[in-house]
Design a protein around this ligand. Structure first.
Ligand code: FES
Ligand SMILES: [Fe+2]
Length: 416
């Protein structure tokens, strides 16, 4: 039982820019420029779209022991993810209840004596967010009224999700998608291996749209395309690789290029979906030489590579790429209207030892390389969209998921 308070947004913002941009939007076309440029729309995006959804902050192995913590930034907010002495994983707003200072300025670590001490006047909070000490306060000061504010937190298959919503969206469809499509990869007991951040000078929607389509993979990602059939048009992907499908069936993985977004999401909820696709011949995983980079995970242990991999997507910012020997958490994190980061977190089997069973450089090569390429093309996209002469163009069939995503975004914003 904690006295820590939940978050509460102040009253809703209004924006003429949003109404004007919505009026300009045409289904099937990219978004009008204001959606990628306007600071008021960005504030509305954060409040009503991004922060209202479930956002994957990281993995439980990043806070293995009580007192362990890491911090994340999103839309101007900072959250401390930490494990309390009661073993609960919590998300604490990194904002002192005295005069508002950030309490923690490290990206990860272990809280000394299980406490976070504000660097300004030394108010001291424990890992459940409760205020333990406040110097020289009057006798009637009630520490229990000044715990750190707290975001709602859920853990699914070891993945830590947070939401800033007072009344969170449902979680059932995320649990369902994970139990059907992610369980096989052994995420619940996986181990943190590496974390890298890429700063993109672009609006977060250009980053998310780019993630949602592989029309750009052929021209922009030659290394990725050599290894993944997903770079090909839909008709040439799964179930074209019958050998992979047979292996999937044996492992109990749902077959085919599954897009379950509308099947599992309830009305008004974010989508959760899994897309299966085959590796190209000669490549068993996302690695430089096509060979394994880490020990097999989950249900693959004692078996073999299945010749495939999965994209699992939840809501607007939480994406996962799973191979039999490693999983990547791919976080899209809006910072400001024209700055976004991708944060990539690599997970391996719990017993894998760095240096012996995997090398970080080999493990991260595929998606580090691809993310640096993505940074370049997304920044070019933003630079072009900034032109006074920009007009939204048509999506192609290979961009169906990006189109579905922008339509979903527009539907959400139209209801404000
Ligand atoms: S702002 Fe944190 S102790 Fe004063
Ligand atoms: Fe890309």
């Amino acid at each position: 039982m904690t006295m820590t308070k939940p978050l509460k947004f102040s009253k809703s913002l209004k924006s003429d820019a949003l109404q004007k941009a919505l009026a300009e939007y045409r289904p099937g076309l990219a978004l009008p420029r204001a959606f990628y440029k306007d600071p008021d729309i960005f504030q509305l995006d954060m409040r009503h779209h991004v922060l209202a959804h479930w956002h994957c902050a990281g993995h439980v192995s990043m806070v293995k022991n009580p007192g362990d913590f890491f911090t994340i930034e999103i839309g101007g907010e900072s959250i401390i993810i930490t494990r309390g002495s009661d073993n609960e994983v919590r998300g604490l707003l990194n904002m002192c209840r005295h005069r508002g200072s950030r309490v923690c300025n490290k990206s990860e670590g272990h809280a000394k004596n299980g406490n976070f001490v504000c660097p300004y006047h030394a108010w001291t909070y424990d890992c459940s967010g409760e205020l333990q000490r406040a110097r020289l306060m009057p006798a009637d000061f009630k520490k229990s009224d000044y715990g750190l504010l707290q975001v709602q937190t859920r853990v699914a298959e070891g993945m830590i999700f947070i939401t800033f919503a007072e009344n969170p969206l449902g979680f059932k469809h995320i649990d369902e998608t994970f139990s059907k499509s992610a369980k096989v990869y052994g995420w619940a007991t996986a181990k943190f291996a590496a974390r890298r951040t890429y700063v993109i000078e672009a609006n977060w929607k250009l980053v998310e749209e780019n993630y949602q389509e592989c029309y750009h993979c052929g021209p922009a990602h030659q290394e990725y395309s050599l290894r993944h059939t997903f770079a090909k048009p839909q008709a040439e992907r799964v179930p074209g690789d019958t050998a992979m499908c047979a292996r999937d069936e044996a492992l109990g993985i749902p077959l085919g290029d599954v897009d379950a977004a509308n099947e599992v999401a309830e009305p008004g909820q974010e989508g959760a979906d899994c897309v299966r696709s085959a590796m190209t011949n000669g490549y068993v995983t996302g690695s430089r030489d096509g060979k394994p980079v880490a020990p097999l995970m989950g249900d693959f242990k004692g078996k073999d590579y299945d010749g495939g991999f999965s994209f699992i997507d939840v809501g607007p910012t939480a994406n996962f790429v799973a191979y039999p020997d490693y999983t990547l958490i791919y976080r899209t994190v809006p910072l400001t209207v024209d700055k976004t980061i991708f944060e990539l977190i690599w997970l391996v089997d719990e017993h894998a030892e760095e240096g012996k069973d995997y090398k970080v450089d080999d493990l991260i090569w595929m998606w580090d390389y691809t993310s640096i390429e993505d940074k370049g093309i997304i920044e070019m996209n933003q630079a072009g969209v900034n032109s006074a002469f920009y007009e939204p163009g048509p999506y192609t069939p290979m961009e169906v998921d990006a189109q579905r995503y922008t339509q979903y975004y527009i539907d959400t914003m139209s209801k404000l």
